[in-house]
Ligand binder design. Structure first.
Ligand code: C2E
Ligand code: MG
Ligand code: MG
Length: 599
């Protein structure tokens, strides 16, 4: 026998079903315990009052509880209430024992969540009958719960797979899109750094593609794009990545190590292959293309810069009249010189007080009222005016200045919150964006504690926004940091969700409170079926993981209506308000402005 080597105790009581009897009358309690134990089926446990009963229930997690209603101090209703509000004991079947067959009493008990009742005095067979019936039902309930959980996980898994496909692939050509390209490129660049290799990036655009759409229709245009994708696949080796960015723009990342001469040969091969006749729907179609080439690391260290330079080279090739490829050269544009000048000024921006924090309201869909704000940094340069964060944040990250800048933003926001709270403005949660450098800084938690102590604000009003890209590097370490931050009482949001890895695994592992759907998925959501599918899947997935959802970049009434209808929790976007300087934000807050649909 399999069990014969088990300790004696496991043979008997531990394998039996546990029943807790909470009854203050000693004789009645002893009688019930005896009846239950007599058959050898149950391990019965007695409690002489409600308090002991609650403690034993939490300690032993019995399979069923029999509880008297009328007891001194904590009566049966009190016991039931305490157990139902604790998730560990909430689902244990609960049967009331009552001497009073008063219907209202019983109804009250059943309303509180009791499963059954037994009127005293009762016969042995009645007691055993009620217990057996309830335990059988419980088995069925547990089975049903298990099945529901399995179904829920399976549907979340399916949603994740579908979401990942939608987010990472172009549904027309099945080629990777910009997101996946970015991820693949990051890996390739790591490999290239290790072996000191260069990586050529080709940006390809079909010459006068609109002409096909206009003369032969969009269906033929789509077929042509698919056929182009297939030819590109045949032209380049397995180690290369081909992506379709949008319209007729493709990007090809050649395998690391290809020299400029090999890149030029590949480009020419592609141009030759595309200039061969395509036969689609009985039409013979001739096209040409142009290619701009940039090379890592000489022409840029990330996808944005490499693409920018490849595109500059592409425009140059197009100006030559088409069917042409061109390498990027610094003379093609003055991008570098502008970047250098920006970076130099950035060093002085903090000490010259050129930064300001703007606040963009976040609005609750349930009430239509402002529930929070995102702090967004603004740089007012004395010569160039407002410089966009999209332009200077990456530069600040590259130079490491971002750590001081983010620290300044955090301090300014907490000081502002303290000031608003001291003037009794409505309580408000403010989100602060953290850069990867700041997040991985060893003093982050200490700094946050110092700022919270100095300003005296309640941590629950501070929310830190992190992007997926930040947290996927050094996962274990990041989980620890996030848990420390959460332990302080701070909220954590995952920003720009969908533009990085969008993995359910990350969502499950990290202690996030809120998921922010990136603006690119919210755009035209009411008419763009792909964006609609992605956003609804994200909302469902986030809700099944108990995360709140904020949609970013809501610009139209149609987008707002769609999000509201699909149970999004909060919105942020120009439709309600642009990011505002603190004085204007304050006025908006005090005005009690609501989303229009709620007025
Ligand atoms: P983010 O964190 O995703 O911030 C949202 C961006 O969307 C902001 O751009 C905001 O102005 C913009 N936005 C909001 N609603 C709409 C809308 O309806 N339509 C459109 N077109 N845009 C909308 P912003 O202020 O230019 O900031 C860009 C990015 O710069 C931010 O993206 C964030 O990643 C970064 N950033 C801004 N402030 C800070 C900061 O203090 N620290 C760090 N590390 N990064 C920051
Ligand atoms: Mg943000
Ligand atoms: Mg965002």
């Amino acid at each position: 026998m399999l069990f014969s080597n088990l300790p004696q105790s496991l043979h008997a009581k531990d394998l039996m079903r546990k029943i807790l009897v909470i009854e203050d009358e000693a004789l009645v309690r002893a009688n019930i315990l005896e009846i239950l134990e007599a058959g050898g089926e149950f391990n019965a446990l007695g409690a002489e009052n409600g308090k002991i009963g609650v403690r034993l229930a939490k300690e032993h997690l019995p399979d069923l509880i029999l509880c008297d209603i009328m007891m001194p101090e904590l009566d049966g209703y009190g016991v039931l209430n305490e157990l139902k509000t604790d998730s560990a004991t909430a689902t244990i079947p609960f049967i009331f024992l009552t001497a009073r067959a008063d219907k209202t009493d019983l109804r009250q008990g059943m309303n509180l969540g009791a499963d059954d009742y037994l009127t005293k005095p009762f016969r042995r067979s009645e007691l055993l009958g009620v217990v057996a019936t309830r335990l059988e039902k419980q088995v069925a309930v547990q089975q049903q719960y298990k099945t529901q959980q399995m179904r829920l996980m399976a549907s979340v898994q399916q949603l994740e797979e579908r979401l990942n496909y939608l987010i990472h692939y172009d549904s027309l050509t099945n080629l990777p899109n910009q997101q996946l390209l970015q991820q693949r490129l990051q890996q390739l660049l790591l490999q290239a750094d290790q072996y000191q290799q260069q990586v050529p990036i080709l940006s390809l655009d079909l010459d006068r593609f609109n002409r096909i759409n206009e003369t032969l229709g969009h269906a033929v245009g789509d077929q042509l794009l698919k056929a182009v994708a297939n030819r590109l696949i045949q032209c380049v080796g397995d180690g290369s990545t081909i992506a379709r960015l949008n319209g007729d723009q493709f990007v090809i990342v050649l395998s690391p190590g290809e020299e400029n001469r090999a890149a030029a040969e590949s480009a020419q091969l592609i141009l030759n292959a595309l200039s061969q006749c395509f036969v689609l729907n009985g039409h013979e179609i001739f096209i040409t293309a142009c290619i701009g080439i940039s090379v890592y690391p000489d022409n840029g260290r990330d996808l944005t810069m490499l693409l920018q330079h490849a595109d500059a080279a592409l425009s140059h090739a197009q100006e030559q009249g088409g069917n042409h490829f061109q390498f990027y050269t610094p003379q093609i544009n003055d991008y570098f010189s502008k970047t250098l000048a920006l970076e130099a000024s950035l060093h002085y921006a903090l000490e010259r007080s050129e930064f300001q924090v703007y606040y963009q309201p976040q609005v609750d869909f349930k009430t239509g009222l402002i529930s929070g704000a995102e702090a967004l940094l603004r740089w007012d340069h004395p010569e160039w005016g407002f410089v966009s964060p999209a332009e200077f944040i990456p530069l600040a990250e590259q130079s490491g200045l971002i750590v001081q800048i983010d620290q300044w933003v955090l301090e300014s926001v907490c000081t502002q919150l303290a000031e608003w709270q001291s003037r009794s403005l409505p309580p408000l949660r403010v989100s602060v964006n953290l850069s990867g450098r700041q997040f991985h800084h060893s003093n982050l938690c200490e700094n946050v504690v110092r700022i919270l102590t100095k300003t005296g604000i309640d941590p629950c009003y501070l929310d830190l926004e992190l992007t997926e890209r930040i947290i996927v590097q050094r996962v274990e370490e990041n989980i620890t940091t996030l848990k420390q931050l959460k332990a302080l009482g701070i909220q954590i949001s995952i920003d720009d969700f969908g533009t990085g890895y969008s993995s359910l695994n990350y969502l499950k592992q990290f202690p996030f409170d809120t998921l922010k759907i990136d603006r690119c998925f919210v755009c035209n959501i009411a008419s763009d079926s792909k964006n609609a599918a992605i956003t609804t899947a994200m909302i469902q997935m986030a809700h099944s993981l108990n995360l709140k959802v904020i949609a970013e970049g809501v610009e139209t009434e149609a987008e707002l209506a769609f999000l509201k209808q699909n149970q999004c929790d909060e919105m942020q976007g120009y439709l309600f308000s642009r990011p505002l300087p603190k004085e204007e934000f304050e006025k908006l807050l005090l005005s009690g402005k609501r989303l229009k649909v709620y007025n």
